[in-house]
Design a protein around this ligand. Structure first.
Ligand code: CA
Ligand code: CA
Length: 169
């Protein structure tokens, strides 16, 4: 007997198919062989797929470090983005979840004078708003949606905002 639980590695879109039907008359027990076909593009419940990664918005207000800790608890990190399309996706994810372009942390942080993403990906794209990063008061973390605007900002990491996490499927 083969158990079929968790065959999709927690992905939430699975199709159950009967590989061989039960023979009702053969007099021989034939168990139903079931396998799961995992759909590409599936994430755990509550997470949204984009480009091979899964994203989630958390509306609770935390400083950047605590937000990253929350994301790690969920198996991920604060989100990175690498194109205008990905940045726009994250903004729309927030809008869908919150009903507004709520200010939010993402995973960018200044390490010395070098900006990095906490998920370890290359800091190969950033669309700072005009005049940013302005380092006002020692701003070292990347916030989006400043005052609900299409605005990428360096903000003081101790400020409390909602946040977006990313993880692998
Ligand atoms: Ca800075
Ligand atoms: Ca700033």
């Amino acid at each position: 007997m083969e158990y079929v639980t968790n065959r999709c590695n927690w992905q939430n879109s699975c199709t159950v198919e009967a590989k061989s039907p039960v023979d009702p008359c053969g007099g021989i027990y034939k168990y139903l062989e079931v396998f799961y076909t995992c759909q590409p593009g599936s994430c755990r419940p509550g997470w949204t797929w984009s480009g091979g990664r899964c994203f989630i918005f958390d509306s609770s207000q935390k400083n950047w470090t605590d937000a990253e800790s929350s994301c790690k608890t969920l198996g991920g990190h604060l989100a990175s983005f690498h194109s205008t399309a990905e940045y726009t996706f994250i903004r729309e994810l927030i809008y869908t979840a919150a009903g507004s372009y709520t200010p939010a942390w993402v995973g960018g942080r200044e390490n010395g004078t070098v900006w990095m993403w906490i998920d370890g990906s290359q800091f190969d794209f950033i669309n700072w708003a005009k005049g940013e990063p302005n380092n006002a008061g020692g701003n070292n973390c990347v916030q989006i949606n400043l005052k609900g605007q299409d605005y990428v900002n360096d903000a003081g990491c101790s400020h409390q905002f909602s946040f977006v996490c990313v993880r692998d499927p």
